[in-house]
Design a protein around this ligand. Sequence first.
Ligand code: CTP
Ligand code: MG
Length: 236
Amino acid sequence: MSSYLALVPAAGSGSRLGATRPKQYLQLNGKPLLWHTLSTLAAVPAISQVTVVLAADDLWFDRFDWPLAKLRVCRVGGASRAETVRNGLQALNCGERDWVLVHDAARCCLSQTAVERLITELTDNEVGGLLALPVADTVKRADAARCVSATVPRSDLWLAQTPQMFRAGKLVQALASMPLADITDEASALEALGLRPQLVEGDAQNFKVTYPRDIALAEAILAARKDADVSSWAGL
Ligand code: CTP
Ligand code: MG
């Protein structure tokens, strides 16, 4: 039977956030942002291992406790996200047909429900796929003067999120067959092989913490989720 392995690239510097530490180590509701990401993945019963890929010179990870039995750490981060993922995959030690779920460390409001939906909907899919969100707003194309040059039909447009879940063998092959600079996400590398990843509906809460303004929203989402958990345990 195929295993489900999560691979979390966390070797970025968070330059757009501009904090004094990489954004994955900012404290959100008293825990590092990365903790929220890793603990959600580790809570999914089908996932047997969660591997976080850090920069080789990471000075932050060891300052915190990470009591997660499924967690593996490797320090082989690269200069780009794609390189970090490729290096991490090499360190995974998994079978060709095992499923790898690549998930951005910075998407700390991922819900367990969304991961389980991805796994369930892709059970019988040979290629794999990704969480994504149908575009809800009207889409405009801008010209050089930032005036609207066109309104773009949006009915078949989706915003790609993570996790992106593919068979390990195919993912390794796809990432090796393209220049790293051309890889925007794992799905794009599979697409370049002529494969068609499945889109599985995600949710807007699974956004990528990128700018300072995103912190308050992420904290509010995580706090509301915690409150809901407490209420359900209390039988309210
Ligand atoms: N990432 C990585 N290795 C890199 C660059 C990014 O593992 N060389 C990871 C980040 O840690 C993050 C995910 O890829 O979890 C998505 O990247 P992004 O949101 O762009 O994070 P940063 O690159 O850290 O942020 P910025 O682009 O603002 O510098
Ligand atoms: Mg980046």
